[in-house]
Design a protein around this ligand. Sequence first.
Ligand SMILES: [Zn+2]
Ligand SMILES: [Zn+2]
Length: 248
Amino acid sequence: MLKKIFEDLMELIYPSNIYCIACGNLIDKTRPYSLCDSCVRTLKWNNKSSCEKCGKKLNESFSQNLCSDCMESQHFFEKGYSCVEYGLAERKILHNFKYKDKAYLCRKLSEIMYDRINLENLNVDMLIPVPMYIRKQRIRGYNQAELLTKYLSIYMQLPYYKKVLVRKHDTKPMNSLGVEERKENIKKAFTVKDKWVKIIQNKKILLIDDIYTTGSTVDECSRMLLNNGADKIYVFAFAAGADILKKV
Ligand SMILES: [Zn+2]
Ligand SMILES: [Zn+2]
């Protein structure tokens, strides 16, 4: 009921028959997720083989069940999920989400995410977004992970807590760093606020972000949540970076 009212209201404010969320072409209302036919075909949907641990899409010729990152390193989270591999079209969508009509995009992305997570028999108690450094969030005006979490919490009918995890300081952009540097960069970047410790005790938490790459950010968040009494952490991102096969 609540979901229906929310959707009707959002439809009124941000009608969903405007443009394709990836290429911007005009589309009609019948297009699922507001994607045109061509973009639906172009997107790298993560619907075949994926890494058993982090959920990253695996190369079809790859015979292992784990991606190369997960073969090398352990994660603090239980299991990860994602909807698409992070390629050019996916980058465009997330770029539009960050810099264009964010409410419209966010609604569509969370619909895709909701349908994806619904395929899993996942039993979680609450959702928590990966936090942004507060000063950075003030400049941008919002945290995209937090927006996705807010919409998903309505679709999933689960509470979400945006203040449990706090990013204590800004970190260097991760895309220029290697795996070990990423881990070092993110170490101790997050904290769980004392007043929220009680709420996560023995809870199963779905941690939400827009992109998953090597997992060092969500791992550090998971470590902090587990250290503060959470039971299990699951990770869910709209897009996950491609599995880079390392040369031996
Ligand atoms: Zn399109
Ligand atoms: Zn993996």
